[in-house]
Design a protein. Structure first.
Length: 209
């Protein structure tokens, strides 16, 4: 505790180097709360135990300062590792969702349904566009129902990509039906001033079927 801040950083002990808390599903706020509580308990213990003599006040303050710094470093490292691991996990989740949720499911010889689930980034929507055009063509789909009831986010950029998808399907001779458009999605599409007048829209998939 008496080494400098620079030495403390240089001789990092590798706190949670195995990402134990993240792998166990512990929330970041819980981990930070434990660290903060433990730091406070340690400072109280030092004050009550009289380990630091009053005559060594300057040295005691330095120890207190280094304890706070060391725990701040642990919190910083924990937060950074948590964010890094969360980004990696989100990346692979998106990859898996791309495979699962871009499925064009045939319900008879000419009609198919494609339910969308989860959050969509522009890159994921682009992947969906190409995948849907290819699958619809291969399965000789004549009418495709795209259900948006499971979509968790929607903005103007995604609205434009949706329009591109519909336009691409129509160019392939496929009739498109949209279901499950939430009010905030409808508002976004209205603000884009895109022409959906020739598109069949239903509140939910059951109505369309």
């Amino acid at each position: 505790m008496l080494v400098s801040k620079e030495e403390t950083t240089e001789n990092e002990t590798g706190y949670d180097s195995l990402n134990y808390f993240f792998d166990k599903g512990v929330q970041l706020k819980q981990t930070v709360a434990v660290l903060s509580s433990f730091r406070l308990s340690l400072l109280k213990f030092l004050r009550q135990s009289q380990i630091i003599d009053k005559s060594e006040m300057e040295q005691g303050l330095e120890i207190y300062e280094n304890i706070i710094f060391a725990f701040d470093e642990a919190i910083r490292m924990t937060t950074q590792k948590f964010n890094d691991q969360a980004e990696i996990a989100q990346f692979w989740m998106d990859r898996e969702l791309d495979d699962v949720n871009a499925s064009v499911v045939c319900i008879n010889e000419t009609h198919a349904v494609m339910p969308l689930v989860g959050k969509f980034s522009p890159s994921r929507m682009n992947n969906l566009l190409h995948h849907t055009l290819r699958q619809s063509s291969l399965q000789d789909v004549q009418k495709l129902i795209i259900d948006f009831s499971g979509v968790l986010n929607f903005d103007k950029e995604l609205g434009i990509l949706l329009f591109d998808l519909i336009h691409g399907l129509k160019m392939q001779g496929i009739e498109v039906v949209i279901t499950g458009i939430a009010p905030y999605m409808a508002k976004t599409l209205t603000e884009l001033s895109l022409d959906f007048s020739n598109l069949k829209l239903y509140g939910n998939l059951k109505q369309a079927l």
